[in-house]
Design a protein around this ligand. Structure first.
Ligand code: FAD
Length: 287
């Protein structure tokens, strides 16, 4: 039903706070916690340490693995390391090269990484990939992006997590288009709770996620009234999640940015009917 995303903390204080964050988010009974990974291996140590913290707490941990900027051998070593560590789920991504870092590596697209994971580890991992209901910002058209996504699934991915969005229609249309193309895997909705408008606007510009105009205007209006801004944002994001739950979205993945409160503030508004939750290949669903 729910999954939670962290990034690897950059400081010791951040790692100390993470344990408290995990403890408070456990109330949501997440199916798994995923941990991001910097392109070219830039966060390799931190990602690994965060995964170990989760595993030590007996929680299901899913490392992200991005392929640009890494050699095939580096990726194989990491995949085999995670396998030896008992990890069963990977989030396989292309990643974004930091500007000035010109080396794509041997896996150019996430689909290449998915194929590599299957080639060296068979069906050991449940592979999640990224999906873009509002189109990936570098795609030449929504149609080509959809076809590239379908190719990524056919390369061996089991399910996907979307880029965050605030317009539920984009998600449901994306699901319809996949169904029309014969693709019926679980597509978990990626949800970004809102804690800081300036940061959200910056992220959204970079990743192509749309903040609807009416939301932007209201969020800007609360500029120096953080409390009211957060209350408004929690209600709006909760209403989006409720719509997704009521319409049987495959699951909700919270981008927490390592802050528990914004996610918990959304969660407390949700009317969740846990009747008859089923488990389909490791993916819970709202029914
Ligand atoms: P791809 O699926 O490879 O697609 C990238 C672009 O290439 C798209 O425009 C697609 O249409 C196009 N494309 C794909 N295949 C082909 C082809 N064969 N020919 C031509 N064009 C093609 N980034 C990180 O660095 N670390 C993370 O931990 C991380 N976690 C993420 C988690 C989620 C759930 C999401 C949604 C994103 C995450 N990202 C992360 C960001 C992601 O790496 C970027 O969005 C990146 O720009 C694209 O990654 P992808 O895996 O979607 O790439």
């Amino acid at each position: 039903m729910f999954s939670i995303e962290f990034f690897p903390p950059k400081t010791e204080a951040g790692f100390e706070k993470l344990q408290t964050t995990i403890n408070s988010l456990n109330i949501m009974n997440p199916q798994y916690y995923s941990v991001t990974y910097g392109a070219g291996g830039s966060t390799q140590e931190g990602t690994h340490r965060t995964i170990q913290i989760l595993q030590n707490s007996k929680l299901d941990a899913a490392p992200h693995l991005s392929c640009v900027g890494s050699s095939k051998q580096e990726l194989i070593d990491l995949i085999l390391k995670y396998k030896a560590q008992g990890i069963r789920r990977l989030v396989a991504l292309r990643g974004d090269l930091p500007s000035g870092m010109g080396r794509f590596g041997e896996c150019r697209y996430a689909s290449d990484l998915v194929s590599l994971i299957r080639e060296i580890s068979g069906d050991w991992f449940h592979i999640e990939v990224a999906a873009y209901p509002e189109m990936h910002p570098q795609a030449s058209s929504p149609q080509s992006d959809l076809q590239n996504f379908i190719y990524k699934i056919k390369s061996g991915a089991n399910s996907a997590i979307t880029q965050y969005f605030y317009n539920a229609d984009s998600y449901f249309r994306f699901i319809d288009e996949l169904h029309k193309n014969g693709i019926d895997i679980p597509i978990t909705a990626g949800i970004m709770p809102i804690n800081n408008y300036t940061q959200l606007a910056r992220f959204s510009d970079a990743c192509g996620a749309e903040i609807p105009r009416w939301m932007r205007l209201r969020l800007q209006h609360y500029y120096d009234d953080i409390e009211s801004m957060r209350k408004f944002a929690s209600e709006v994001v909760a209403s989006l999640c409720q719509k997704l739950i009521d319409n049987e979205a495959a699951g909700i993945h919270f981008y927490t940015l390592n802050q528990p409160e914004p996610t918990l503030n959304v969660y407390k508004y949700l009317d969740i009917k846990p009747k008859n939750i089923y488990n389909n290949g490791g993916i819970s669903a709202f029914v």
